[in-house]
Design a protein around this ligand. Structure first.
Ligand code: BGC
Length: 928
């Protein structure tokens, strides 16, 4: 008997469960094995494939179980296969897994008999949303499939029943290169004889407002639909009908719809048209070779959140509070309104002075309006828009109760795969905020923000956030699709648009950290999912980007000058100048060139393209040398003398000598002390700084930075009631007012990228081999937390690490999924390797305090949290410095001075009446 449980039913590519309408004709398979005896190692697997009536079994001798090749002939269009797997160790076969079914979509443009159709005279830019209608006489269906897509958004009904549960379909891709179609099982909605298919079309990304320049209709000015209904009768005959010139169009009750501005709906009109002018349709020519099947999950309603309070604002407005910044819309039940009464719902993420704070939305109106049908009760809810909000102001609905409203959360229906917990509730709340930030910014495309007139696929944001995203949710298919858009929108010279899909159309978009998404995101996906195909597909795009930078750098090997975002939103940059970071843009640029060239070399090696790898390794080496020559002193000081510069140099191996590395590590830690343990990095440095500190032995300094609560810091927003990660460190200022900067979002994920470090380093759960086939378990407990843990559904199954320390002992618990192993490094212990199962260790607590030691230097004073807190409090009370940052700044020049001289050093600028008091209060702490 086998020594393991039956494998899970196989997954296909990055899809969960059975898949309808897959676009990959030879889908790779993955499975997990929930339980196995200690010595179990897979030596072979069998795949049973049933297609048409024939069943075949394929045996493969290997330990692989993630994204293994399709074992047989490719699927044809519409072809389905039922697949099971079983595995064997040295002893015997496991039971068979349950089956899952994969069915191909329409794989070739020639499979489409239908044509795109568009209303002839209705559906102008300012006109109501149209409903397109087709009627078909069909035989009884054994199987029915509806394949469809649109220019614009669509929502379909067959014989009066909604098709599927997707919203905002077909989603957003680089439409001129890739337009997604969806496939639905409509067998149960069909009837013998007359059938009616109705499709509501909205403007969406295709024709609505997009970008901060106020443009509309960026992809075209006509809404259009492509729908093909395929019915297989009992005898196996196929009947294909679809959009053609016989369709008609009417106006729906949706008078206006826009993603930014909201939706206006007249509920007195039949919502699906039905009355009024019946328009003909035109068949419009569209190149069907752009059609692609989905790689990831669609956008759906993922949750509803009840209103927690209804308040009256100072101006008398009724405001609903959902208690959470989220993305979607409000569903509101109203009663007893007169026909035609207008109800207005406006949205905002924050309140200012008790009123909706809508300035951060810029020109996005984010307003849904309804003209009531009149009657006892009616439900108001849009479907062709979305908003980022926590609060909604309702006008015209009479008395609104909290139980009348829910917030409907929409987003790509990504499977949650990662969790973090710890002993500090504020840090847990921060982590929840990261999760909500991700949910709100994955509405089909990884965006910067979900609320203002932007919501674009900014490359820099996902570049820094992709490791966090890949831990928290299964983003394999989601990012695979986005990377295909990136490659499609990449310029012929290799430049990468600032946003993907590209709607800004900059002629020469080359910005470090933004364009580098081309190299970084595929590598992150490979590292986290084990998918080599994504590397193979993206390699030309990755190379294109680095080649472009290579040519920009030229002989000097320094990428200097030209437009850069740089270390965007460095907290010391003024609100109206986010470019004004401390780290020179040239330093950021050349560092990124090294990093991306390195990643291309590594990707090429994985793919066996060693000649290609060699080229990029040499390039990375040459640029590294140039960087060190130009920007690094022999002792390891950097231009710029700012945390982001050191963090990049340390994390990306830009410092040639051990002495320079040690010097840079010391300097970075001192810069963090100098800021009074406040964050001092923007988009570029934020994901790196804590790793760089820990790498240099500065675990405690990293924890001080992590657990800081005053502004700027990760936890400051939590103290201000944040429920998402903000765009700026101080989107809400300490006085509760909204940051005056023109870009002030309360839902931006970039600065939450430190969550990846919480998972990998604080909890200690990291991938050591692609797809977590080997885990690196190296928890780094620090003062300030007594416990932490992370769980992740790796491609092999659930892995978890949890630690707890009690001042004497550190207890570490680890679960390794079947098929994976773990390299374990515990404080003060030799490295060990363990295989699947549960493990537990106890070692001396690395944070235990032996006898308290008097500080020797001023630096030691900074590093002792208790003494430092006393220094800050006493100096604050004496009116010497306003806060921790100010006192740190004052003392920074004296870090190496004896601790006993601290008070003297404070008064270096002259006498002060508090001198004697301070000596009395502090001196006992500072001298042995
Ligand atoms: C976006 C950012 C983006 C940036 C470019 C902003 O408006 O919201 O997150 O990366 O522009 O620097």
């Amino acid at each position: 008997m086998a020594r393991c449980s039956a494998p899970s039913a196989p997954r296909f590519e990055h899809h969960d469960g059975s898949v309808l309408g897959i676009g990959v004709p030879a889908p790779r398979l993955s499975w997990t094995v929930a339980e196995a005896d200690a010595g179990y190692v897979q030596t072979a697997y069998e795949v049973e494939v049933t297609r048409a009536a024939a069943t075949r079994v394929f045996t493969v001798e290997t330990a692989d179980q993630v994204l293994v090749p399709w074992p047989t002939e490719r699927l044809g269009s519409r072809e389905a296969a039922r697949v099971r797997v079983r595995v064997r160790d040295a002893v015997d076969w496991s039971p068979w897994s349950g089956p899952s079914t994969v069915e191909a979509g329409l794989l070739s443009p020639a499979d489409w008999a239908a044509s795109f159709v568009s209303p002839r005279s209705l559906a102008g830019l300012q006109a109501p949303a149209p409903v397109l209608r087709g009627r078909f006489d069909l035989p009884a269906a054994a199987v029915g499939r509806l394949h469809l897509t649109a220019h614009g958004l669509y929502e379909a009904r067959l014989n009066g029943h909604r098709v599927g549960d997707e919203v905002l379909a077909p989603g957003w891709t680089s439409y001129s290169h890739r337009l997604r179609y969806q496939t639905h099982d409509v067998t149960d909605l069909l009837r013998e004889g007359d059938n009616e298919l109705e499709v509501l079309l909205g403007n969406g990304w295709f024709r609505g407002r997009l970008g901060f320049l106020g443009e509309r209709g960026l992809y075209g000015d006509r809404l259009a639909l492509l729908a093909q209904l395929e019915v297989t009768d009992d005898a196996g005959g196929r009947h294909v009908v679809g959009t053609d010139g016989s369709w008609t169009a009417t106006e729906s009750g949706v008078l206006a719809d826009d993603l930014y501005d909201g939706q206006r709906t007249d509920l007195r009109r039949p919502s699906w048209g039905g009355d009024g002018v019946v328009d003909a349709v035109d068949v419009v020519p569209v190149d069907l070779s752009v059609l692609v099947a989905p790689d990831g999950p669609p956008v759906r309603v993922t949750q509803t959140v009840p209103a927690v309070a209804v308040t009256r604002s100072p101006s008398g407005a009724t405001i609903l509070d959902f208690g959470q910044v989220l993305v979607g819309w409000v569903r509101l039940e109203v009663r007893g309104l007169a026909a035609g009464a207008e109800v207005v719902v406006r949205h905002a993420e924050v309140l200012q002075d008790g009123e909706l704070g809508v300035r951060p939305l810029r020109t996005a109106r984010a307003t849904d309006t309804y003209l009531a049908a009149g009657g006892a009760a009616e439900v108001l809810e849009p479907s062709l828009t979305f908003h980022g909000f926590r609060y909604a102001e309702v006008t015209g609905a009479g008395a609104v109760r909290a139980e009348d409203a829910v917030a409907v959360v929409v987003g790509s229906d990504l499977r949650r795969t990662g969790w973090f917990s710890c002993s500090e509730p504020m840090l847990e709340r921060f982590h929840d905020n990261v999760v909500w930030g991700l949910r709100g910014n994955t509405v089909d495309v990884p965006t910067d923000c979900p609320q203002r007139d932007e919501r674009l696929g900014w490359t820099g944001d996902i570049q820094v956030f992709s490791p966090t995203a890949a831990f928290l949710f299964d983003v394999g298919g989601f990012l695979t699709s986005w990377l295909a858009d990136l490659a499609a929108d990449q310029l012929p010279d290799g430049s990468v648009p600032y946003v993907v899909p590209d709607v800004l159309h900059d002629a020469a978009p080359t910005a470090a950290a933004w364009g580098d998404a081309a190299a970084v995101v595929p590598w992150v996906l490979y590292e986290r999912t084990g998918d080599t195909a994504v590397l193979a597909r993206q390699l030309p795009s990755m190379r294109g980007w680095v080649d472009r930078l290579d040519s920009l750098a030229g002989e000097s090997r320094l990428w200097a000058g030209g437009f850069q975002f740089g270390d965007w939103l460095d907290p010391t940059a003024p609100p109206d100048d986010p470019f004004a970071a401390k780290t020179a843009p040239d330093v950021v640029a050349t560092a990124h060139l090294v990093r991306s060239a390195d990643l291309v070399a590594r990707a090429a090696d994985v793919l066996g393209r060693h000649d290609v790898a060699e080229h990029y390794r040499e390039l990375a080496g040459a640029v590294r040398e140039a960087f060190a020559r130009e920007y690094v002193t022999p002792a390891g000081r950097l231009l710029s003398d700012a945390p982001t510069a050191y963090a990049m140099a340390l994390q990306w191996d830009l410092l040639p000598t051990a002495g320079q590395r040690a010097g840079a590590q010391r300097r970075l830690a001192d810069l963090v002390r100098a800021s009074g343990f406040h964050i001092d990095t923007g988009f570029v440095g934020t994901p790196l700084v804590t790793d760089a500190l820990v790498g240099g032995g500065g675990v405690d300094v990293a924890y001080r930075l992590l657990l800081q609560t005053s502004c700027p810091s990760w936890l400051y927003p939590v103290t201000m009631g944040a429920t998402t990660v903000w765009e700026r460190w101080d989107s809400l200022l300490p006085d509760g007012s909204i940051n005056p900067g023109e870009m002030t979002s309360f839902n931006h994920y970039a600065l939450g990228a430190v969550a990846d470090w919480l998972h990998r380093v604080v909890a200690g759960l990291a991938p050591a081999a692609p797809g977590y086939r080997r885990l690196l378990v190296e928890p780094r407990p620090g003062a300030g937390l007594t416990s932490a843990g992370a769980r992740h559904h790796t491609p092999y199954g659930e892995a978890s690490v949890a630690w707890e320390r009690d001042g004497e002992l550190l207890t570490v618990e680890l679960t390794v999924p079947v098929g994976a192993t773990a390299t374990v490094r515990l404080p003060g212990q030799d490295e060990l390797t363990v295989s699947h199962g549960s493990h537990r260790w106890q070692v001396p607590d690395p944070c235990r305090v032996s006898a308290p030691r008097a500080p020797r230097t001023v630096r030691d004073v900074f590093d002792d949290p208790a003494i430092w807190a006393e220094v800050v409090s006493v100096t604050g009370a004496a009116g010497i410095a306003a806060d921790e940052a100010a006192i740190a700044k004052r003392l920074t020049p004296f870090l190496d001075a004896p601790a006993g001289e601290l008070v003297e050093r404070l008064f270096a600028h002259g006498p002060h009446q508090a001198r004697d008091l301070l000596i009395k209060q502090l001196q006992p702490l500072l001298t042995p």
